[in-house]
Design a protein. Sequence first.
Length: 149
Amino acid sequence: MISVLVLNGPNLHALGKREPTIYGQDTLEDIVAHLQEVANELHVSIGHLQSNHEGVLIDAIHDARDVYDGIIMNPGAFTHYSYAIRDAVASVSLPLIEVHISNVHKREEFRHTSVIAPVALGQIVGLGNDGYEWALRAMVRHLQHNRST
């Protein structure tokens, strides 16, 4: 069975309360519950971790190598400067899809750059919480295709 780790970075525990005009009303728990429904539909398993701490996310990426087939990650602000997360992603050789709820390219200039995108399979931005679902569907298709070739 395909297994995907969903990682969420700093401040995402506050979804539903934090800047709802940008991030919407849904909580992180709502997003994860919906992803679990999609995972059940696709007959895959998911794990989830949210942390405000860079080292915890790095450890989770390294630990994923032995447990998961792919990673979906919203790195939050770490997107723009965490070379340590970027290097962890590159070192585990697992496909990663980067997700951002808001369209980071329509926001402040510092949000326009991702140091993680160059080592990611892809990036989904600006589709709201639906971006997580599309990332999971894309990851599963990618993994199924690679298993059949």
